[in-house]
Design a protein around this ligand. Structure first.
Ligand code: CAA
Length: 380
């Protein structure tokens, strides 16, 4: 067992940390307040290779491992959780899906543009009536001659507005349940494809989230990924990787809460001494630090298994379940330590708490992660 990062992983960590400080931190509060997408920042991240980190170099990516990816993602999330989810969806849910399940033509055609963020990717699985019960979707893609006619609505699509292409899960054969679902790559600009308004969210306000609509949208048949009926397995297999990414996002947020709390506990004086000298504050700091380390170990374990091409579904669910829970706890405690100042927007710690909440919801709620872990235990 080796607990050391490689030289390359350390360099990636340093690069991501410096980038986040120099380019994400300056505008992060304003982007949160104005719900502005970090367009320039994402293009700079692409130049550093962060938007296609695990995509092989022959397809325009950085060709790195999952451990490097989660390490960079933690650094980005520690400063800007919105940039982190944009990065996570593009890497985990779009690039990885095409890389693993796409044809050679699809990889050659799409991966370079996604990795360079020329065409940002989005992933559309959920629908108004199907969230956790993802298989209960209604969007229908009917095969007619050399194309599919798609009708339906997808919701909560991260990157939906800024993306150039969307991974679509749709029913191609009714009454077959999960086995009737197929996956497609849909480029923006097709007739009958439109996006809804930008959702007004509690947190990660710099990222865009919207509904997308298909109205008799004609999608070429060669946009099908794999075979008809493979879509549900493709979606869930991809979400395993996505969950490691969201866990790393949660970890970055929690670490930021810890660092801000430690600094504040040393500076802030009450009753003539720094509040860090009070046991009540020390307990919170110690718990936060222990949880942050434990979350990182779970994430690295899942990422390592992915790199080794071993099963990691349970480990990814555990990592997301734990990291998102401790992110919520750490950010709530951080606001508590800051007291009245923490409740004010100016100090930026309430944003951490707002950003943390979504990590317990998207890419499978905490309850779904518990179900995935429990099912895995019970079938052993
Ligand atoms: N990898 C590959 N295949 C998998 C899998 C995995 N991890 N887990 C299950 N499957 C396969 C099963 O083997 C089964 O295939 P077969 O029929 O061939 O045996 C099939 O999928 C159905 O499995 P289940 O019977 O377990 O399916 P289920 O209907 O009971 O649901 C679930 C399983 C775990 C609840 C699943 O629906 C789920 O994960 N729901 C949560 C959905 C989710 O995470 N949504 C996130 C939206 S995307 C998002 O948030 C992105 C964003 O914008 C940030």
């Amino acid at each position: 067992m080796n607990f050391n990062y490689t030289e390359e992983q350390l360099l990636i960590q340093k690069t991501a940390r410096e980038f986040a400080k120099d380019h994400l931190e300056p505008g992060v509060i304003e982007r949160d307040e104005t719900s502005s997408f970090p367009k320039l920042e994402i293009s700079l991240m692409a130049e550093l290779g962060f938007m296609g980190m695990m995509v092989p170099q022959e397809y325009g990516g950085a060709g790195m491992d999952a451990v490097s990816y989660v390490t960079a993602l933690e650094e980005i999330a520690a400063v800007d959780a919105s940039a982190a989810v944009i990065m996570s969806v593009n890497n985990s849910l779009v690039s990885q899906l095409i890389q693993k399940f796409g044809s050679e033509e699809q990889k050659t055609q799409f991966l370079p543009d996604i990795a360079s963020a020329k065409k940002l990717g989005a992933f559309s699985l959920s629908e108004p009536q199907s969230g956790s019960d993802a298989g209960n979707m209604r969007t229908f893609a009917q095969r007619i001659n050399g194309h599919y006619i798609v009708n339906g609505t997808k919701n909560w699509v991260t990157n939906g507005i800024s993306s150039g292409l969307v991974i679509l899960m749709a029913v191609t054969e009714k009454n077959k349940g999960n086995k009737g679902i197929s996956a497609f790559i849909v480029e923006k600009g097709l007739n009958g494809f439109s996006t809804g308004k930008k959702e007004d969210k509690l947190g990660i306000r710099g990222s865009d989230t919207c509904e997308i609509y298909f109205e008799d949208c004609k999608v070429p048949a060669d946009c099908l990924i794999g075979n008809e009926g493979d879509g549900f397995n493709i979606a869930l297999g991809t979400l395993d990787g996505g969950r490691i990414g969201i866990a790393a996002q949660a970890l970055g947020i929690a670490r930021s809460a810890l660092e801000k709390s430690v600094t504040y506990a040393k500076d802030r004086k009450q009753f003539q001494k720094p509040i860090g000298e009070f046991g009540a504050i020390q307990c919170k700091l110690a718990t936060m630090a222990t949880n942050v380390d434990a979350a990182r170990l779970l994430i690295l374990k899942a990422a390592h298994l992915k790199d080794e091409h071993k099963p990691y579904s349970k480990e990814a669910a555990m990592a997301k379940l734990f990291a998102s829970r401790i992110a919520m706890e750490a950010t709530t405690d951080c606001v508590q330590i800051f007291g009245g100042y923490g409740y004010m927007r100016e100090y930026g710690v309430e944003r951490l708490m707002r950003d943390a909440k979504i990590t317990q919801i998207y890419e499978g709620t905490s309850e779904i992660q518990e179900l995935v872990v429990a099912r895995s235990l019970l079938k052993q």
